[in-house]
Design a binder for this molecule. Sequence first.
Ligand code: RFL
Ligand code: PHB
Length: 396
Amino acid sequence: MGKMRTQVGIVGAGPAGLFLAHLLHLTGIEAVIVEAKSRRYVEERIRAGVLEQGVRDLLVETGIGERMKLEGLLHHGINLRFGGEKRRIDFSDLADGQAVTVYSQHEVVKDLVAARIGAGGTIIFEAEDVRADGFEGQHPVIRFTAGGERHELFCDYIAGCDGSHGICRSSIPEGALTSFERVYPFAWLGILARAAPASEELIYAQHERGFALLSMRSPTISRLYVQVDPHEDLANWPDDRIWEELQIRLGGGTGWQLTEGPVLQKGITAMRSFVTEPMQYGRLFLAGDAAHIVPPTGAKGMNLAIADVRVLARALQSFYETGRTDRLEAYSATCLRRIWKVQRFSWWMTSMLHHFPEHTPFDHRRQLAELDYVTSSRVGGATLAENYVGLPFDDP
Ligand code: RFL
Ligand code: PHB
């Protein structure tokens, strides 16, 4: 049995765990990451693609934004398509010149893994049977098997950054947490295609056949989504059917056509909103998807994970520099103020743009009026733009 010790033990090498380790390293705090999957798996997992302005700035300020600055695509607006028209939300005008950056989550992960390894940090990949306990005492521990041997990692604090199906949240005694959840009656079928994006900026489409989204990863790779039934089987969606549906929902009747190309990857994602409170139990702190999930319509999941660990790193820094625990105690409340605003925005975008089975013609007209409002009123547009580029980090 190998016994190890570190200051902060981190479960999970997604954006939350990796960025936390990076921030801690910059302030001289030692951390070890324990990850269930292989390095290759986490570096190739296709997920989010849109970074808020503040997250972009944070990556640059902390020295890991070089490749993002070169390869990321700066977007100064998005398009909303509804009622046969396409209208633009202009961030330059409505959000004080801020922008979002289209740069894949797995590229952020690659940059963070390279930075960790370059700095001599420890990431234990392919850890099996990971357990965490002892949160109520002074020395919580992460136990796992690696290289055929059982190990114990003793820590001052543990960060549960192990995503929505991780073990950290479920290691907290029942009754200590309260969960809030909304499940949506639809899912997204997403494809990655070798095809030049047919629009320079994202298009979010509201259509009576259901929502569709045009996004991208590079000037030659498109990322596209269509709303489908939550129990839909991928086998019912051959590539031709996906393209046909995308053409109708994103451009139908306008003469404008999507550029089609080979489908490189496809998958179905269920949609839900979920928050657990508080995000702390003794010396365990939950961050990112381990604590909350948003439907992807607002492009917020990865951004929120980064915002959480920024607060956690500052609280841990305050503890190690001064011995004070007030920021650690305020961690959950500080994060939840942002999380609930982002939950509201993601729910609102989802509600405005999707077809719900229970919708009546009244609801449909109301959705169109809302889209007309946000694309014709400065105030309406500004509220969407301000949230989409990201609310300011307003913690002390
Ligand atoms: P992650 O990325 O899920 O990382 C958790 C890590 O923990 C590991 N793990 C364990 N390790 C050890 N022991 C265990 N028992 C473990 N169990 C799990 C996992 O292998 C993994 O490496 O969580 P994190 O770091 O909190 O990051 C959250 C984001 O990944 C997520 O919110 C976003 O991907 C959501 N999301 C989007 N977010 C955005 O900000 N902008 C977007 O445009 C956006 N689009 C999306 C999205 C998510 C999507 N899907 C597939 C869910 C689009 C889609 C389709
Ligand atoms: C993506 O590019 O994967 C993406 C973009 C915007 C969203 C969700 C996903 O709202």
